[in-house]
Structures are given as C-alpha cells and as structure tokens.
Design a protein around this ligand. Sequence first.
Ligand code: SAM
Length: 430
Amino acid sequence: MSDAVSAVQTAGMCAPEKARATSNYFTFVDGVEFAGTHLLIDLWGATNLGEIDPIEAALREATATCGASLLDIHLHHFGEGAGVTGVAIIAESHISIHTWPERNYAAIDVFMCADCDPAGAVPVLKAAFQPARVRVTEERRGIETSAPEPRWYEETLDPDLRQRLRISKVLHYEKTAHHDLMVFENPSLGRVLALDGAIQTTEGDEYVYHEMLVHTPILAHGRARRVLIVGGGDGGALRETLRHDSVEHAVLVDIDETVIALSRKYLPKINAGAFDDARAEIVIADGSSFVRRTENRFDVVIVDSTDPIGPGEALFSEAFYAGCKRCLTPGGILVTQNGVPAVQGNEVTQSYQRLRAHFADVTFYLAPVPTYHGGFMAFGWASDDVSLRATPLEKIEARYRAAEITTRYYNPEIHLAAFALPNDIRALMG
Ligand code: SAM
C-alpha cells in the first residue's frame, strides 16, 4: 500500500496521547472522557479474505496488539470462493469483519473502550491482508456534551452553489405575509437578515452595498431632491439617502411591513433611525403597482429589491421599469439591485434588454459585496441623460465634499471606476 494514500486517508484519526481507562472502563484522551474509540476500516485490493484461518489469526493478533482481552471469536465462511463474516468478542467490546474476496474488499470495525489502543489494529490488518488501499475513519463514542451542534444558515438561491453562514443566535424567525424571514447573528458578520433562503444584508458588509447603491446615482445626478426607494425594508438605503441634506423627501415603498418592523427592532445599526426621519415617507405597497399609479415624480429611483423570486420578481419586469421611467423627472436616474453576474448572469441580460426598451442609456456598475457570493455584484443604471454616468471626477469630488458625508467604501474614484465592465459582463449585455 502506498504510504501517501494511507497518510491522507487516515488523516485526523488516532489521538497522539495514550488512552487511559477511567471509571467504568471509559477512555480518557486529550482531556476528553468518552466510552471508547471506534475505527471503521475499509480495505481495497486485499488478499486472504476467503478463508477462516488467516482471518482468525489476524483478529487474535490485532486484539493482543491493541492491549485488549479476547473472550471469543465467531467466524462464518459462506463457502467456496465466498467471504467470511464474524466477530472477535473482547472484554473491551469487539472487532468485526465482513469480507468480499471476489471484490478484494473487507469492512472491519474496531471498537474498544478503556485504555486499549484500537489504532494498533491497523498495521496488523495491513500485514495480514496486504490491501492496495486503506481508509480509516474514527469516531469517539459516548462523548457527553451539552454544547449544541453548530447551526448553519444555508442560502438556497442557486441550485448549484450554496453559501453557509454560521448561526450563533437566532433572533427571530417568522413566515410573514410575503416572506420566510430570519434574523440571526453570525460571529464574523454580526446580525444578518435573510428572506426566502437568500441573505439580504449583514451588519458586517452592508455599507459596501448601500453606499454604492445610493451615492453613485445621487452624486451623479447632482441635484436630487426627491428620491424613491423600492424595497429596501432593512432601511440601509434610506439611511444613506437621508445623509444627503439636499434630499428633501424620500419615499420608501416596501411590500412587507414585517420586514420594516423587524429591521427597526433588530437592525438599528443598519437603519440608524432613518424610518423616523421627518423627510422619510414609508409606504407599504407592491412597488410595481406604486410606480404605475403614483402622481409623484422623483429625481432618483433606487430599486433595493430581493432577488427575482416571489414578490421581488415583479421588480425585474419590463412593466416595472416602464413604471419607474414614468415617475422619474427628466434627466432622472434609475438604479437597481441586479445580482451577481458570475452566478446570476441571466439577470444582467434580462434587465439590460428590458431597460433598453425604455431608457437611452443603460449599463451596470459593480462592487464586491462579500456576502453576495460569486464576485462582483451588479447595479443596473438607466437614464435618458447619457452624460450622467460620465460625470467628470472633479465634479463628483466637489459634490462629495459638499455633501459632507463620510463613507467606508464609496469614494469618487471608485464611483467612476465601478462603471468599467469586464468583457464577460459586457458579453451578458449582448
Ligand atoms: N439588499 C438586499 C439584496 O441585495 O438582496 C435587498 C434588501 S431589502 C430587505 C429587499 C426588500 O424588497 C424586502 O424588504 C422586501 O420586502 C422588498 N420587496 C420584495 N418584493 C417587493 C415588491 N414587489 N414591492 C416592494 N418591495 C418588495
């Protein structure tokens, strides 16, 4: 057998410290007390598997090498050319064996309590059966612990790729009228809001998303007084919008009042009092109906939507984009949450085509938001004023300074650089 194969396949097994017996024949290793060590041993390409005698000899020798006390051996041979099944009964539990000589394969379990060393069986079995490959897995039996198993939130957004975030504490779980909602804590990211199996925002990296979603259109526009946010129930986009003193009125239209209520309660670091700002108006409604009917007009429309599943799907339709165009002032800007192109490339393609039907200038700009896994995330950009996305750096810098906002990710250079698209994303735009 190759040592390399053996080393990899047995990695992690067998404590280096020698086992000690404790009361009632329990085992004590590495400061942990437990019933005993159970090794599951697979031998492939093995020999001597079709006769009782070599198997019995191997079990006797393995028992002795492990320091165990043999009580009895029972082995049964299934006949000419067939395998053997059986067990060595030992005072400290057992070694069992089941062989398939026609497949040169044997499955062996070694379970021993007290101060035995079950790992001692492995070289004996290798010598007796000469396997080409061996796999040993180890389980410590009877460990008593009151510590709960770690729990994980698994995103189910993508059928082929999964992201998991450790849950250190569930703060709230609820099936709202529109979503399956969970707020939990993660040791690295702080509080996390998840809807329908998709991470919406986290205290740890929300600033990248919200700063880029909001400051890019507002500073490119330069005189935005009225802003519409569609979705955005966590309040992060509203918070960033209201940091601009130039904004006189910000309307946030979200379909799910429970998202807002729970974000107020559990995510105050994200909304930072924005819902209570006198310039904010909160409307509970479907965003796609709102933009079709409202008589209000906005300089900037920010779509801070969920992904295009469930109620969020309407916010990616051509009818919705037509509604956004309808309620924009001349020269206004629409920006959208448009997914991660590397894993949701079709969102870029569809939104591009649908936006192009209504706006003279359509593109995307990018930012890496760690918890939206898969690389850059794309923000859609649509306006009838083609000059806005190429607003010169000096102008953006002057507006940024005048706004007197401090940002952790956004800056004027990043603003302009975010519009540089790699070829694979350009290709998605057809
Ligand atoms: N930053 C997030 C992301 O990238 O996934 C989005 C966050 S925000 C929580 C998304 C909001 O969109 C939710 O509060 C949800 O209720 C809202 N929403 C979903 N569908 C909607 C619709 N048709 N009209 C208005 N709001 C909607």
